[in-house]
Design a binder for this molecule. Sequence first.
Ligand code: SF4
Length: 178
Amino acid sequence: MSLQTWLQSHPRFLEWAYDLTRRLFTRCDPLIRRVGYQRVDRWLMPFEKKAKGMAFDCHMCGQCILHSTGMTCPMSCPKNLRNGPCGGVRDNGHCEVRPQMPCVWVQAFERAQRMPVYGAELLWIQPPVNRLLHRDSAWINMLTGADVAYPPGWETVPSQVNLSRPFPLPAAARSGHD
Ligand code: SF4
């Protein structure tokens, strides 16, 4: 079993590791600010690219939402969808563009249900990806707030849905009618 496969089958561990890293960066923020965000970004980016590339097939979007998507990188989706699957998911849960590949969002849904802290964030509405942040360190953008500088009119909406229970289906779907 590859490291990536092992890690991705342990979303709870990844959630814990994410939280630890986030706290560490937040604690170090005053020091990083003194050294300079851009300078630290240049040092950090190659390590972040390597580590997250191995673990998550990271595409370095610079605005990481892994913890909100079941520790599954939404940029691995061939359509780069950040708000759930398209309408083309196959019956076997695979991608319509790459039939050999499981749908990123099917995996995100399954993994999010095993994440007690951030799992419910799967239902947050994510703003459009900002391509200007591509190849930046997402950790540095988290510290500067660049990763959440959303366009006017967009906001991430916290969900009231409890992922520890199955999603509530509309009455029509439960009864099998349109
Ligand atoms: S969401 Fe962005 S930063 Fe996070 S793993 Fe995916 S491409 Fe990388």
